[in-house]
Structure formats: C-alpha cells, structure tokens
Ligand binder design. Structure first.
Ligand SMILES: [Mn+2]
Length: 424
C-alpha cells in the first residue's frame, strides 16, 4: 500500500514543492511560523466512526455502494486505508451494539496493525435490540419507568467496560429522548431523570475517562427533546463533574445558529469535549464536511484555534470525529473529502493575522477585521496540506490516488457487490 502510494506521489513532488515554497514564502513574510503550522497539521487526527464506512440511508430507502465492510475487521481495514491515504484518520470510534468486538485482544492488535487508536465509544439507546424485553419507545435515560432507565444505564456501563478493555478513554451519549406531542411528557421530570441517569454513568466511569453529552434540538422527536441545546448539555455536564463535557455536532442546530459563538463559550468554560463534523443545508443533513458552508467551518476553526491558544480553563484537546451519512457517494471518497475540508479550515484559521485582528477590534475597525478574516479564508492553503502529506509518505492527493488504485472495485471483488455494512 505504502509503496503504491509513493509511486503515485512521484509525479507530484515538483509541483507540490513549487506551490509550497511560494506560499511558505508569503506566510513567512507575514510573520508566520510555517514549520509550526506543518507540525500542527501533521498531528491533527480525526476519528472515523465505525458506522461511516457503509452507505447511509434515508427514511425512504438505502442504496448499497458495493464492497461495504460487513464486519468489524473490514471496517478497521477501511479506516486504516483512509489513514494510509490521508495520514489524519488515525482513530476509530465504535458504536455499541452495532460493533461489539468479540475478541478484544485480536481487535486491539488489528487496530495497532492499521495504525489506529480507539476514540470515544458510543452508546445506543435510540433503538431496541433484538430480544430486548423493555422498550425505549418512550425514552431511555429519561423514562418514567425506573426499570427502563436502569436498562439504559446498564447498557452505557457495558459500553464503558468494552471501551475500557480496548483502551478508549471516553464515552459519547446521544439521547433520542423527547416527545412528539404537547402533554406527552413532563419536561422537568424527564430532565431530572436524565440528570440522575447520566450521573450514575459518570460515577461508573474510570477516573481517567470523559463523558461527552451530545445535544440536538429536534429529531427523532418533533415537539420536545430532553437534551435540546448546548446550555442543557453544559448544565448536565456540570451536574456530573469535571470529566463531563458538552459535545457539539455541527448538524444539531436550528438553521442559522451561530455555532462558532457556542464553541467559543464552551471553551471559555473549559467544557468543549468533542466535535462531530458534517455539513447541512436545512437540518441534521449529515452531508460532507465543507460541502455547503465552508466559511462557517472556517469561522468555527477560528474560535477553536484561538480558544485553545487562550485556554484559561484548561479545556482538554477536543475529540474530533466525522459524523456524516453517505447516501450518494462512495463513503471512503466522502470521508476523504471531509478530512480535506477539515484540514483546510484548520490551516486557514492558523494563518489568520491574530495580532492585526485584535488591533482592528480595539480600533472598532469593522471593515478591516472582515478583510483580515477573509484574507485567510481566501488563501489557497492546499500546498501546505500536500507538503505535510508528502513528508508523511501518505497520498499527496488522496482522492485521486484512491481512484487511480481502483480501490472500490477491488473491495467489491473481495467482498461482493451486495455486501452491506452492519449498523444503521
Ligand atoms: Mn453526532
């Protein structure tokens, strides 16, 4: 694999070198430390969730892509492949129970062989499992029935145990709990039960673990959601303790929400635990990162970079993950495009002239402040990413290499055209 990637890189070395030198020269003149930017880029790793390697579905249907990974081993292979191509997908995030490892030791070895570590594990109380006696239909951690709450808590504890055996250090809880009709649920009771249930899960975690609480304004329920927004998540995290954090999923906001402002506020409180990347036009569309609102992504990265550089409350390094659904594209191509978009926004944020921006802000120079941000945003930073990739011996142009190597057809030949990813 490595050798073949190198073969494809050969043709691009001169082009990359020239473009990089030109850009690096310009950035250095602007007072930027290009070596530092390259090393930050090189260290940036985004987790791929185990459910992202197959074709996604809509409420109306699902179309397979062919050669999908039908078991956990194949999923590791695919994430390992993306990591070998891009150099920035060095972690996998498991969904339980869709992807319960049968042999922990073997799975750990498989991860290591693919250069992967285990990111946050994800629990699932948004659907009933085969043979489950009590149902989550009317809620899980928030349910009025204590036996159902206990079942959901026990599941989360089991997910912690599985993650712990693998070397994971965090659990992400996303609750589908809510109601569809006024009067169906008592808001406060549901919230109170949720707080108690989360605290029980939190107490169970090893002390070096983190709990990430994900919020979402609506869907699957359409009248009320128990953990509807970042404020509710933050409140619940604070009620748990120091190792509980809010997780921001880009698609989990009402249209036009200022997500960069939320990110800034959470880092200010040291409570931004994790981040789920995707993009959307209307709701939780789960589209390719950067495909619809790349400027918003850049503005979010501006807050992330600045906030973590001025980290007054010691916000830990957030867990980055792509949480998207691939309904039309080859999932591997979609993930490569998402990783590219994330790296581009990250570098663009790194090259913002922060000193000049601060001066403009102090002088109430609104026009100049906008110019400074947009100057960074309009810079083609891809030569920096290509240079980083060339020096890491991964693909300079991952998507092109993936296609030239004809990997999807090879996967189809190996796994079959009807092979379907588990989960979803
Ligand atoms: Mn998510």
């Amino acid at each position: 694999m490595q050798e073949e990637i190198q073969k494809h890189n050969q043709a691009s070395f001169t082009r990359v070198s020239e473009a990089f030198d030109f850009l690096a020269n310009k950035l250095t003149k602007n007072g930027l430390d290009v070596g530092n930017i390259l090393s930050q880029l090189s260290g940036f790793q985004v987790a791929i969730p185990s459910w992202a390697l197959g074709a996604g579905g809509t409420r109306f249907g699902r179309y397979g892509i062919g050669g999908e990974p039908a078991n956990l081993e194949d999923k590791f292979h695919d994430v390992g492949l993306i990591h070998a191509l891009t150099g920035c997908a060095g972690a996998i995030s498991l969904h339980i129970p869709w992807d319960i490892p049968k042999d922990t030791l073997a799975i750990k070895e498989l991860a290591a062989a693919n250069g992967l570590v285990f990111d946050a594990v994800n629990s699932n109380t948004f659907q009933d499992q085969p043979g489950q006696k009590l149902s989550y239909k009317f809620g899980s951690l928030s349910n009025v029935n204590k036996d159902i709450r206990d079942l959901a808590i026990a599941h989360n504890k089991e997910v912690v145990d599985i993650g712990n055996a693998l070397g994971s250090k965090s659990i992400t809880v996303w609750l589908a709990d809510g109601s569809n009709f006024p009067g169906q649920s008592n808001f406060r009771t549901a919230l109170d039960f949720t707080a108690q249930s989360l605290q029980e899960i939190y107490q169970y975690m090893p002390t070096d673990w983190s709990l990430f609480i994900e919020y979402k304004p609506y869907e699957p329920h359409f009248y009320h959601t128990v953990i509807q927004d970042w404020g509710t998540s933050l409140m619940l995290a604070n009620a748990c303790g120091n190792h509980a954090f809010t997780l921001v999923d880009l698609g989990h906001h009402l249209p036009n929400t200022n997500i960069e402002n939320i990110v800034s506020t959470l880092i200010y409180q040291g409570k931004l635990g994790g981040f789920h990347f995707n993009d959307s036009k209307y709701g939780d569309d789960d589209l390719t990162v950067g495909s619809i609102k790349p400027y918003q992504l850049f503005l979010i990265f501006n807050e992330l970079v600045w906030g973590l550089e001025h980290n007054i409350k010691n916000n830990p390094a957030p867990a980055w993950m792509i949480d998207a659904s691939h309904n039309l594209k080859d999932p591997i191509e979609d993930l490569i495009q998402s990783l590219d978009a994330i790296l581009i926004a990250f570098v663009q944020a790194l090259i913002i002239d922060q000193k000049a921006l601060q001066t403009a802000q102090m002088n109430h120079d609104v026009s100049l402040a906008q110019e400074i941000l947009q100057d960074a945003y309009r810079t083609d930073v891809r030569p920096l990413i290509q240079k980083m990739r060339a020096s890491k011996n991964v693909a300079i142009d991952p998507l092109k290499t993936y296609r030239t190597m004809d990997i999807r057809n090879k996967l189809i030949a190996k796994r079959g055209v009807n092979s379907r990813a588990t989960g979803l």
